[in-house]
Design a protein around this ligand. Structure first.
Ligand code: DC
Length: 230
């Protein structure tokens, strides 16, 4: 059966990972959350008190960082592992990770380190990968590229709900400010800024339910698989 690469890019908290996870499960593909990899590097740097404003110091410690993913058998949820430790919860709720991750992901040495690993993960295809540069840098030849957008206020509400579910209390204004700051850094950085690949299909999900969104994408997947197999 023909397997393809599905690249999903877009702004923070616009539902990329929800879509990517649902899609991967439905079609039996591997799912890779590249944002989690940037968050894991950020957590390592924070814990080891590496000054992120000195890229050469950051580059020096990168070989000590091993990132992988595990699957919780009970919940069937994927989790992120940093040097043997499950750090899934911490990279989602630690405000210092959210505060520094955009700066860390602006460091070219960090990007090269992670992009290489991401490309290896996709060498057998059959993968759904989400991030900011998947369709532009990691897999410029991906058979299907999606660029997801949603209204910032809707995104902030979704993120607020997600944090509340994890027991984190914060305000709408704080969440919105963090999102807007990250969007700005992500789309203006010099190395691999967030942008829509020329051949990516834009998906504005502000007014779509998860089910509607998935159905729309599944149709595209079938089309692209057929085209790739012929
Ligand atoms: O998707 P996320 O919010 O977990 O991503 C965290 C940060 O990582 C985000 O601010 C931008 C960065 N990132 C990136 O630069 N490139 C990627 N492929 C994925 C994430």
């Amino acid at each position: 059966m023909t397997k393809i690469i599905i690249a999903i890019d877009g702004y923070s908290s616009c539902g990329k990972s929800t879509l990517a996870k649902q899609l991967a499960k439905k079609i039996g593909y591997h799912y890779v959350d590249t944002g989690a990899m940037y968050r894991a590097v950020t957590l390592y740097l924070i814990r080891n008190q590496i000054d992120i404003h000195h890229p050469e110091m950051v580059a020096e410690v990168l070989p000590q960082i091993k990132i992988s993913f595990g699957l919780d058998e009970q919940t069937q949820q994927q989790f992120t592992i940093l040097n043997g430790e499950n750090i899934e919860n911490e990279i989602r709720v630690n405000p210092r990770v959210a505060g520094f991750v955009s700066d860390v992901s602006s460091i070219s040495a960090v990007r090269r380190f992670l992009v290489h690993q991401q490309q290896e993960m996709g060498n057998k295809k059959g993968i759904v990968m989400d991030g900011r540069d998947i369709g532009t840098v990691v897999f410029p030849k991906a058979e299907l590229k999606l660029f997801v957008t949603a209204d910032p206020a809707i995104r902030a509400h979704r993120r607020l709900d997600e944090l509340a579910e994890k027991g984190q209390n914060t305000t709408f204004d704080e969440v919105l400010a963090n999102l807007e700051k990250r969007d700005h850094i992500d789309s203006t950085r010099a190395d691999s800024p967030l942008m829509k690949a020329e051949d990516a299909i834009e998906l504005d999900n502000s007014n779509l339910s998860r089910e509607e969104q998935l159905a729309w994408v599944l149709k595209l997947v079938e089309e692209r698989k057929t085209a790739a197999g012929s």
